[in-house]
Design a protein around this ligand. Structure first.
Ligand SMILES: NC(=O)c1ccc[n+]([C@@H]2O[C@H](COP(=O)([O-])OP(=O)(O)OC[C@H]3O[C@@H](n4cnc5c(N)ncnc54)[C@H](OP(=O)(O)O)[C@@H]3O)[C@@H](O)[C@H]2O)c1
Length: 202
């Protein structure tokens, strides 16, 4: 049994990840701290340090947080780009960078991106761009991680459970069940792969 920190646990993707982590001790965290074990804001480096220090020993970090702004490219403001960059890009990179100071030998990081970087739709240029950046970060930084530490990213299409939110902006997409996406998180945590983008698409 591993000790896993799951960030964004109450979100739709967090719940999907949870379905694949059932055999482990899962410590949950989110921005509000409501209904989870710890409160953390992944855009705040001090808060990330505090989370890891409070948890103590852990074997894996699974992050499902990545706030994105959606708008047509021509009307995207700098603030909208910055929100997406601070959360989904730098937030995740900082979870790894700071996490290396705390995670156990042979541990793993699993990040979140999303299918829109390979299947673009209108309004999603920020999500698509940053998802592509995260996929690249994971593939490349895997070569630099010490102590047998692994890193992977789950790149899913839309969840069935989120289709009512995103379905209108994704015509022709087939949503997938959370349990299928949970398998990708399980493979990332329990397998031996590193530097991989685990696509889950229909
Ligand atoms: N849903 C899908 O179908 C789908 C498909 C592919 C990819 N994705 C990607 O998955 C990610 C999560 O999407 P979701 O649908 O799960 O969103 P969601 O249901 O809105 O959940 C977001 C979660 O993130 C937490 N959170 C937000 N900002 C945070 C911060 N700064 N620090 C810590 N926690 C924070 C929230 O915590 P609180 O509730 O406590 O505020 C909540 O638990 C996004 O990047 C999205 O692009 C989603």
């Amino acid at each position: 049994m591993k000790t896993i920190i799951l960030i964004g646990a109450n979100g739709k993707m967090g719940q999907a990840a949870m379905t694949g982590l059932g055999k482990h001790r899962v410590i949950t965290a989110s921005r509000s701290g409501e209904g989870v074990d710890y409160k953390v804001d992944i855009t705040d480096k001090e808060a990330i340090h505090a989370l890891y220090q409070q948890v103590g020993h852990f074997d894996a970090v699974v992050n499902t947080v990545g706030v994105c702004e959606y708008a047509p490219f021509e009307s995207m403001t700098s603030a909208q780009w910055d929100t997406t960059i601070q959360s989904k890009l730098l937030g995740q990179i900082n979870l790894v960078n700071i996490g290396l100071q705390y995670i156990g030998d042979g541990g793993s990081f699993t990040l979140i991106s999303g299918i829109l970087n390979v299947k673009p739709v209108p309004f999603a240029i920020a999500d698509a761009t940053i998802s592509g950046a995260i996929d690249t970060f994971v593939k490349c930084v895997a070569h630099e991680l010490p102590r047998g530490i692994r890193i992977n990213v789950v790149n899913p299409t839309v969840l069935e459970e989120a289709w009512h939110v995103y379905g209108d902006m994704m015509p022709g997409f087939q949503p997938v069940p959370s349990a299928l996406v949970g398998k990708a998180f399980e493979r990332a945590v329990d397998g031996f792969i590193s530097g991989e983008v685990l696509f889950v698409d229909a």
